[in-house]
Design a protein around this ligand. Structure first.
Ligand SMILES: Cc1ncc(COP(=O)(O)O)c(C=O)c1O
Length: 425
């Protein structure tokens, strides 16, 4: 699919171009940031991210006052992002022990953490209970056994039960989590029995039900369709309706607006859920995706060898810092930092030893040259958290840019970091 839209529209709100055409994100020229922090570098538009968090909270509260936005930190689990969410009054969804550790380091009140995981270990349950994590989402009956064995006498652990709603979302198969046969959650009949066990336990409190139909969902009604199956399981004080709203990665993506999504979701809640219940939602991708960009340096250009072969523009990153293409075939657009728009289609590839290490196919770039800065927008979701050291790549830094000032919030790995865990001597 060839990129033929206005790539500028995929950048964080407030992005501009300087007089020489260079992109300016969070008030900072991307070439200045590349000079200061090196490439590849992820640049987060801090103000735009804060505005999004605030909009989520205010728009949900306007529709359902007894509500809470819980940031799905798996989408971007560094302390700077988690701290920003906490400062905007959001709770934090943590998927496993590591995200508990970073959320607590970010200053989150443990009572506002919601622990997920289809295969929580005893160590993670113990960490959660010891840390005072407010809510554990029970995903299997072994979670209940582990919690009962861990919660000390005199303490009561709040629980939600994750229910499979039987909703097949029209997203990539790897992103769909709401249909029958999925590994997450419990079928309604088993969920009912799990809820009864929790209700009977002196150490556990049955707060309510949870569901999540998947990620990168572009149809609001599919997200809203999970509400009625929860209601069929009975009245509870809390219903956590998960995340899943899609982001706009390409010109052909048209995700529902935040208003349209919340109208659909809360419309279903009004139709099916008790009016005095508390509603939680867990956005990840739609919170962070379009509020960050990744800046690379073009390292080499391999001109098209035959009429059928593309011109390859290779950069100094790739699947080490962006697994979304290889994992689910997500399309990204790209541009040269100071020559936005126009140009001939090329294939942008990374530096890793896989033919699948492609950042963007058939993407128009204007006169790309070795040494140019190449920018990929919409990299804020799941790129940081899935980054890796394949081919000995050092994981890339994260810079917050706001009002023309930039600050490093995650440093680039050093070569020596690659040896830190290697204890063979
Ligand atoms: C339980 C749960 N909640 C929330 C999310 C966040 O989803 P998204 O990033 O698509 O909003 C996920 C991720 O898939 C999830 O597994």
């Amino acid at each position: 699919m060839s990129g033929t839209g206005d790539i500028f529209g995929l950048f964080p709100a407030g992005t501009t171009r300087d007089a020489d055409g260079t992109l300016v994100v969070g008030g900072c020229r991307l070439d200045d940031l590349a000079r200061e922090y090196g490439t590849p570098v992820m640049v987060v538009a801090e103000g735009a991210l804060r505005d999004r968090a605030r909009a989520y909270r205010e728009k949900l509260a306007a529709r359902w006052p007894a509500s809470q936005v819980v940031f799905a930190s798996k989408a971007f689990a560094c302390t700077a992002v988690q701290r920003l969410m906490v400062s905007e009054g959001l709770w934090i969804d943590v998927a496993g022990g590591g995200e508990i550790v970073t959320a607590l380091a970010a200053g989150a009140d443990p009572a506002t953490l919601v622990l997920h995981g289809n295969a929580k270990t005893t160590e993670e349950i113990e960490l959660a209970v010891r840390s005072g994590v407010g809510t554990v989402v029970v995903d299997n009956v072994d979670d209940i056994d582990r919690l009962e064995a861990t919660v000390p006498p005199g303490r009561v652990q709040g629980c939600l039960v994750r229910v499979i709603p039987g909703v097949q979302a029209s997203t990539h198969a790897a992103h769909a989590t709401g249909h029958e046969g999925v590994k997450f959650g419990l079928s309604p009949a088993v969920a009912r029995r799990a809820a009864a066990r929790i209700e009977a336990s002196p150490r556990l409190r049955m707060d309510g039900l949870h569901t999540h139909v998947g990620s990168q969902i572009l149809v609001a009604d599919e997200l809203a369709a999970a509400v009625a199956p929860l209601a069929a399981l009975g009245r509870y004080p809390v219903y956590d309706l998960g995340g899943g709203l899609g982001a706009r990665y390409t010109y052909t993506d048209h995700p529902p607006s935040l208003d349209d999504y919340l109208d659909a979701l809360i419309g279903a809640a009004r139709a099916h859920l008790p009016g005095d219940a508390r509603i939680l939602i867990e956005p990840g991708r739609s919170m962070v995706a379009d509020n960050a960009v990744t800046v690379y340096t073009v390292t080499t250009i391999k001109p098209s060898a035959t009429p059928a072969a593309p011109t390859f523009v290779a950069v100094d990153g790739g699947m080490g810092d962006n697994m979304e293409v290889a994992l689910v075939g997500q399309r990204f657009e790209a541009t040269i930092a100071d020559r936005v728009g126009g140009g001939e289609p090329v294939t942008v590839v990374g530096r890793h030893c896989e033919s699948g290490d492609v950042l963007s196919t058939d993407v128009p770039l204007r006169d790309p040259k070795v040494g140019d800065l190449l920018v990929v927008p919409v990299t804020g979701a799941y790129c940081f958290t899935m980054s890796n050291n394949y081919n000995g790549a050092r994981r890339i830094p994260v810079v917050f840019a706001d009002g023309g000032r930039a600050r490093l919030v995650v440093r680039r790995e050093e070569w020596s970091d690659l040896l830190v865990r290697d204890v063979a001597g």
